[in-house]
Every structure is written in structure tokens, then in C-alpha cells.
Design a protein. Structure first.
Length: 379
């Protein structure tokens, strides 16, 4: 079983890594927010709402049925993969040129060291890019909290309120509501602020649609406040003498903060590293996956050794590191970008100017564009 779980993680993790690159290929910055929001809601909401049906299935059927249903669902999704259109610009251009008997000039040529560079780039960014390393540490901790709560909630509500497995599973509706509210808040405050900044720069740059990556960071600041608030709330309200509904509600700000953080960071990475966003997200996802694996294992020993309140207070205090990190990035982001060899230094009109600079691929940039961003030239 452990081997199969390992294979599932190995084959499932590329989805998180390539999402940023795919969204960068498909959508310009001013259209990317809703797509990242949908992806984030699914990514955060699935493990949050998952315990609700699974607790009932495990009680009334058998735990093997949980694996069986996941296998069936995974098979259906795998079949749908064959119907997803290509999004990589050069692959589209090659296919389009072949169908029209055209020749295509590509700046990129296959290299023998492609695999080694693809594997080393996320590690290099994690070690050499302060922006990636700092945000990844905080994001990994918050993401690990999500999986720690999978163990903490049943333990707390069974110990203090004698809830059954099914009843404690329903508690996860609270952070899921927070996930949904986090998306709504993102489009109610940080995203409109980002669009307003974009319109201002558009006027100042004579019609060019430009935006600075730091415009995505207000969501990070808001998330870094919501998560500690929710954890402190849970720490001091989880008590046998307090009605269970009070600590249950603490999951709402935690869920909101988790969604806002991931939404803002993913958009930030995509804007900050136009040609390396997939590598930045891959580095982030790798570390997050480690914390998501470790945190459930330490949850019950930690709660048994420290007590429920002390353990939650400790987690809340650690989560407070996110706010000063966000402030530093927001204030000194331009200086940090200037010291980076990969980060975007100036606002640009579109991603294509990064992917296909005129000096390296003049034929490609002058050719007509496919609806997904591919280009071709006639023979």
C-alpha cells in the first residue's frame, strides 16, 4: 500500500508543477486571475471537503471503497487528458506549420542536457532566489497546516465534544466555506487593486498593458493575518465548556487565508518569472508536499505532549512570520528582482516578449499567432 501511495504521489505531482507554465501560456496577466482562482479552489478545497464524504463512506461501506472510488475517478480524468488541446506555443506552431506545409523558425533547439537542467532549475531557484525560498517556507507551513488539521479536528472534537467520526468530518465544511470566501475576497479586494494599478500604468506607458509583480502581494498580507487569527481562535475556543460551534467557526478564516495565500503567490510567481514560473511553482510544490507528508504524522504526538491549546498557540505564533515576509517583499520587491537573474525587471506588454524575444526568434515573432499563442511562418 505504501508503494502504491508513493507511485500516486510521484505521478500526480506534475500537475502542480506545470500549472503555472500552462496558465502563463494561455492567459495574459490581466486575464489570469480567474483561472488561477479556479485551480486554487480545487487544489485547496478538495482535501478540505474530502473528509466530509469519506467519513461517511468509511463508516457505512469499507475503507477499500475509498481507494476504489478514487481509482474510478482517476481513470475518468486520465481518459479526459487525451482530449485536452496543446497549450505550448512552439508545439502548436509546429503542428500548424505542418498542416499548412510551412516552415517554422524556432529559437529553442533540443539539448542533451535538457532533463538535467529541468530538474536542477527548481532546486537552483529554491536555493538562490530569496523570493522563492522565503515565500515557499511560509506557504509550505500553511499548506502543512491543512493536512495537520485532518488529524487535529477529529482528535479535538472527539476528545472535548465526544463527536463520532461522521460528526467530526462535518467540521471540515467550515474551512471549505473559508476557501470559497477566500476566492470571493480575492476578487473583491486584491484583484481589483491589481487591475486599478494596471490601468494606471497603462495610461502612463502610452497604452501598453503593464503590471508589476508586487501588485499581487496584498493578498499575501491579508492571508498572513487571517491564518494566525483563525489558529488563535481555535486555540482559545476549543474547550469542553465552550459550545462546539465556536471553535468550528475558526476554520473559516484559516480556509480563507490558505486560499488567498495560494492565489496571490501563484499569480505572483507567474508574473515574476514569466519564463520560469513552472520551475518556481515546482520548487514551491516540492517543499509543500514534504510538509504535507510530515505534519499529519506529528499532529497527534504534538497534541498529546503539549495539550490542545498550547499546540495550537504554538502553530499560531509560527504562522505570524508570514506578515513581515510579505511586507519585505512588497516594499523591497523591486530591489530583490534587480538582484535576480530570472525575475522580470520591467513591466511588459505580454508574455510573448519574454518567450519569443525578437533578437533570438525574429521569424517566430513576426508570424501570425494561433489562438493559444503559437506562431508560424510561410515557406
Amino acid at each position: 500500500m505504501l508503494i502504491c501511495r508513493g507511485l500516486a504521489g510521484l505521478t500526480g505531482c506534475p500537475v502542480f508543477a506545470i500549472c503555472g507554465g500552462s496558465l502563463a501560456d494561455l492567459f495574459p496577466p490581466h486575464e489570469r486571475g480567474p483561472m488561477v482562482a479556479l485551480f486554487t479552489l480545487v487544489l485547496q478545497g478538495a482535501p478540505t471537503i474530502g473528509p466530509v464524504p469519506s467519513s461517511f463512506l468509511a463508516s457505512f461501506l469499507h475503507w477499500r471503497w475509498l481507494m476504489g472510488l478514487l481509482t474510478i475517478w482517476g481513470g475518468l480524468l486520465a481518459a479526459l487528458m487525451f482530449f485536452i488541446p496543446e497549450t505550448e506555443p512552439t508545439a502548436i506552431a509546429r503542428k500548424l506549420a505542418k498542416s499548412h506545409d510551412m516552415k517554422v523558425s524556432f529559437a529553442y533547439k533540443p539539448r542533451p542536457d535538457l532533463w538535467s537542467k529541468a530538474l536542477l532549475t527548481p532546486i537552483t531557484m529554491l536555493c538562490n532566489e530569496p523570493i522563492v525560498s522565503c515565500t515557499t517556507i511560509f506557504h509550505s507551513f500553511v499548506y502543512g497546516l491543512l493536512f495537520l488539521l485532518l488529524e487535529a479536528y477529529p482528535h479535538v472534537y472527539n476528545s472535548y465534544y465526544s463527536m463520532s467520526r461522521e460528526q467530526s468530518g462535518l467540521v471540515f465544511i467550515s474551512p471549505f466555506i473559508g476557501n470559497v470566501l477566500g476566492v470571493l475576497i480575492y476578487f473583491g479586494f486584491p484583484e481589483p487593486q491589481c487591475e486599478a494599478r494596471e490601468r494606471t500604468i497603462q495610461v502612463e506607458s502610452n497604452g501598453k498593458r503593464e503590471i508589476e509583480p508586487e501588485a499581487r502581494l496584498p493578498g499575501v498580507l491579508l492571508a498572513s493575518l487571517l491564518v494566525p487569527v483563525g489558529l488563535f481562535w481555535f486555540a482559545f475556543s476549543a474547550d469542553p465548556h465552550v459550545h462546539y460551534f465556536i471553535p468550528v467557526l475558526s476554520g473559516v478564516p484559516v480556509g480563507m487565508g490558505m486560499t488567498l495565500l495560494q492565489l496571490s503567490l501563484f499569480n505572483y510567481y507567474i508574473d515574476l518569472y514569466p519564463t520560469k514560473s513552472a520551475s518556481a511553482i515546482a520548487a514551491n510544490s516540492a517543499v509543500r508536499s514534504v510538509t504535507a507528508t510530515i505534519f499529519p504524522s506529528i499532529a497527534l504526538p504534538m497534541y498529546n505532549a503539549m495539550g490542545i491549546r498550547n499546540a495550537n498557540v504554538m502553530l499560531a505564533c509560527i504562522s505570524c512570520i508570514g506578515f513581515p515576509t510579505g511586507i519585505i517583499l512588497y516594499v523591497f520587491g523591486r530591489r530583490l528582482r534587480a538582484a535576480s537573474s530570472w525575475a522580470k525587471q520591467t513591466s511588459v506588454d505580454s508574455l510573448d516578449s519574454h518567450l519569443h524575444p525578437g533578437a533570438s526568434a525574429p521569424l517566430l515573432t513576426q508570424a501570425p499567432k494561433h489562438r493559444y499563442g503559437g506562431t508560424s511562418t510561410s515557406a
